[in-house]
Design a binder for this molecule. Structure first.
Ligand SMILES: [Cu+2]
Length: 117
């Protein structure tokens, strides 16, 4: 019983250590995501360019009195949001690279999202 019990305890400790380490890695990988806000006002994005990291989120706010239709056709980062006035929607960017964001209603509206690895 002696050696066997000792072995089991050691195994449990290793398991506990592994769980704690895994948890720390998960927090590092997913817990540091940042949130950004891009407002659409006067048919313009509040900034023409923004740099974020993989996993970060951008909340698009429609502060105009007309609809906006925000979308991206960048491969791997496609999304589409039809927004009534006052609406806000959040998009998570999970692929590194440059993402072109436009509005289907207002062709002059352009936003470049640089997603860093
Ligand atoms: Cu628009």
């Amino acid at each position: 019983m002696g050696p066997c019990r000792k072995f089991r305890m050691t195994g449990l400790r290793w398991a506990a250590l592994a769980i704690v380490t895994l948890g720390a890695l998960l927090v590092h990988a997913y817990g540091t995501a940042a949130d950004f806000t891009i407002t659409q006002k006067n048919n313009t994005f509040s900034v023409p360019q923004i740099t974020i990291k993989v996993g970060d989120r951008i909340t698009f706010v429609n502060a105009d009195s007309a609809n906006h239709h925000v979308y991206s056709e960048t491969k791997g980062s496609e999304f589409e949001i039809v927004q009534r006035p006052g609406r806000s929607d959040t998009v998570r960017f999970s692929r590194p690279g440059s993402v072109e964001v436009e509005c289907a209603i207002h062709p002059d509206m352009r936003l470049e999202v640089q997603v860093r690895p």
